[in-house]
Design a binder for this molecule. Sequence first.
Ligand SMILES: Nc1ncnc2c1ncn2[C@@H]1O[C@H](COP(=O)(O)OP(=O)(O)OP(=O)(O)O)[C@@H](O)[C@H]1O
Ligand SMILES: [Mg+2]
Length: 261
Amino acid sequence: MGKVLVIANRKGGCGKSTTTANLGVGLARQGKKTLIIDADSQHSLSISLGVKEPDNLPISLATIMSDIINDYGIDPTSGIVHHSEGVDLLPTNNSLAGMEISLAPLIGRETVLKQYIDLVKPLYDYCLIDTAPTLDLLSVNALAAADSVIIPVTPKFLDAKGLELVLRSISQIRKAINPNLDICGILLTMVDCRTIFTRDIISLVESAYGNNIRIFGEHIPHSVRAAESTAQGISIYKHDPNGKVAAAYAALTEEVLSNAA
Ligand SMILES: Nc1ncnc2c1ncn2[C@@H]1O[C@H](COP(=O)(O)OP(=O)(O)OP(=O)(O)O)[C@@H](O)[C@H]1O
Ligand SMILES: [Mg+2]
């Protein structure tokens, strides 16, 4: 049965989608059958994994969730596209933005995505879900379906303070919906260690949370290479195989694999 990891933070632009893509491809490169699900209606992950015209997709996360809401039987493999680097993707598009409204009046509105995940996870070793930087119903659905959360954080003062918000949300989800939800770890992203200020913020995060929550030993360095790979629809391993970001995401992949053992 596959392990379901959600990549979440209530802060925007902290590297959630980039981490989902490169951890997903990293796991696939290690021989793990991996599915990435784009649960953010901005659909930047789908685009960064090379989906050219997401709005023309006949099947996407929105259509699958609608079928579940309408009690139509679903084929869990439908809509999944295969990326050339070995990872599978259930893409999304603009129509997911309307899902909030469809979910709102439902009984069981927090667990619609879980019904899909329960069908698909026996087919994979890992399912990774990328989320929006809000605690909207879709993100709640992702956390309700998850075994564990990875929280990317950039070492900036307000971003580090924002960690408290996401941890509070996780604790609420645990109490109300998913008591087994675990925190896989906090991942420092876009790190530029040349400044003392960055090192101070990292120390602050480590001293505030390190006793209770794993902080991944590997930090993802800041590099324009990461942003370039997003624009090209390929992973960092392909775009800059010998670079520091590829090495950092490969090491993160190892940490996640050893955590699961
Ligand atoms: N290590 C890095 N170094 C430099 N730029 C990066 C790095 N990782 C990601 N980026 C760039 O930073 C921007 C934000 O990254 P990303 O989209 O992964 O964040 P996000 O948390 O998913 O954002 P959102 O909250 O909008 O979904 C993107 O333009 C991305 O290409
Ligand atoms: Mg994103």
